[in-house]
Design a protein around this ligand. Structure first.
Ligand code: HEM
Length: 402
């Protein structure tokens, strides 16, 4: 058991990944996973929490009804602004389920399958542009960000022309080091923007999720306009940052593992590409922060006594590298069957957009390596700037050439 009285002595979470192995979780996580009980850590907002690093413990925490994500009851679960209505990922129980149900229809396997030809077309368009603009280029700006950004914009009905505005504010929001007042300002700016968009859609509806929520849920009194704006903002934000980082970081990982890149490039088997994406999701597990919960009663997790009101933070990356979950967890092997990983979380809050993210990755990665077989980094590996400071890990930029 780890009990430290002075909070300044506690290790900081999330930790820093080593520049030597930037695809691996911070080195100390393996020690925490092996130690008895749970490790106590200091969070970036100054609070303290128990960090959960073992695979079975992570699943248990994310599915235990005595453990909550509800920021209305536990304001410490709110990462920034307190002056806006809570979004459904920070609710629990029937309220969370009710709103989530209103949105799931747009993210089912079937709906996403129907979107695939359109995503393929968009991906092809961005590749055409990138190739005709010529090398070198920053893959993040030219490809990894635009693909998911355009897809989620179309789905929600957000004009893509405004992407620079919402990308700038999203970046502020997910930066671990941004001061609280700047995060609050960014969230308010984004909220104001979406609220205005909701008003426009009310006057002039389109074939999109926001217009549908207005017609089906606001008109019936089930949701307010503010609810629609808040939850659309969450989707806009969650929908592009994470997937963009997975596209860029996966590309870099594959460039470092050329024989595995060749497999993705040369296969015409969609099952092979799908499997490769699952393994990349597991191996890279980019959600490195903010998987926070509170115990609502005294309980024991991983042999640790946890008191009612204690904050728990789950390290999905440590859990996905747990040798009790799969053999040789630190090896990337896109041919192995990777099932049951926690890159999208687990339980009631498991990622709503996971099918969409999978489709985007399954399309964007093979297409990139096929269209540009000579793709290679334009800078030495040591000079790549990793996003240690962001909730979604990845690279700030990825200069490439061909
Ligand atoms: C590779 C890309 C993605 C990764 C790695 C990822 C990861 C995650 C994780 C780990 C969670 C669980 C958070 C928790 O338990 O506290 C989550 C939840 C969520 N994700 Fe994703 N996500 C991705 C893409 C997307 C996309 C494309 C969308 C939307 C369009 C999306 C929307 C959401 C939403 C709305 C939630 C909250 C669900 C709830 O609380 O009920 N995500 N995501």
């Amino acid at each position: 058991m780890n009990i430290t009285t002075d909070q300044n002595d506690l290790p900081v979470f999330p930790g820093l990944r080593s520049q030597r192995c930037p695809f691996d979780p911070p080195e100390e996580y393996a020690g925490w996973r092996q130690a008895e009980g749970l490790q106590r850590v200091r969070l970036s907002n100054g609070g303290t929490a128990w960090v959960v690093t073992r695979y079975e413990d992570a699943r248990a925490v994310l599915t235990d009804p005595r453990i909550t994500a509800d920021a209305r009851l536990y304001p410490e679960l709110r990462s920034d602004s307190r002056n806006l209505p809570p979004a459904f990922p920070r609710m629990d129980g029937p309220d969370h389920a009710r709103i989530r149900r209103m949105l799931t229809g747009d993210f089912t396997v079937k709906r996403v399958a129907a979107m695939r030809p359109h995503i393929e077309e968009l991906v092809g368009g961005f590749l055409d542009e990138m190739i005709s603009a010529g090398a070198p280029t920053d893959l993040v700006r030219a490809y990894a960000l635009p693909v998911p950004s355009l897809v989620i914009s179309l789905l929600l009905g957000v004009p893509y022309a405004d992407h620079e505005f919402f990308q700038k504010h999203s970046n502020t929001l997910i930066s671990i080091t941004t001061p609280l007042d700047e995060k609050t300002a960014a969230r308010s700016a984004l909220f104001g923007y979406v609220l205005e968009l909701v008003a426009r859609k009310e006057r002039d509806p389109g074939d999109d999720l926001i217009s549908r929520l207005l017609a089906e849920r606001v008109a019936t009194g089930e949701l307010s306009r503010e609810d629609v704006a808040m939850n659309s903002m969450i989707l806009l934000f969650a929908g592009h940052e994470t997937t963009a980082n997975m596209i860029a970081l996966s590309t870099l990982t594959l460039l470092r593992n050329p024989e595995q890149a060749a497999r993705i490039r040369d296969t015409d088997d969609p099952a092979m590409a799908a499997n490769a994406v699952e393994e990349l999701l597991r191996y890279l597990t980019i959600a490195q922060d903010k998987i926070n919960r509170v115990a609502t009663e005294d309980l024991t997790i991983g042999g640790q006594q946890v008191r009612a009101g204690d904050l728990l933070t789950v390290s999905l990356s440590a859990a996905n590298r747990d040798p009790s979950f799969l053999d040789h967890p630190d090896v990337l092997d896109i041919t192995r069957e990777t099932r049951g990983h926690l890159a999208f979380g687990n339980g009631a809050h498991q990622c709503l957009g996971q099918q969409l993210a999978r489709a985007e990755l399954q399309i964007a990665l093979p297409a990139l390596f096929r269209r540009i077989p000579g793709l290679r980094p334009a800078i030495p590996f040591e000079d790549v700037m990793f996003r240690h400071d962001m909730s979604a890990y990845g690279v700030h930029e990825l200069p490439v050439t061909w």
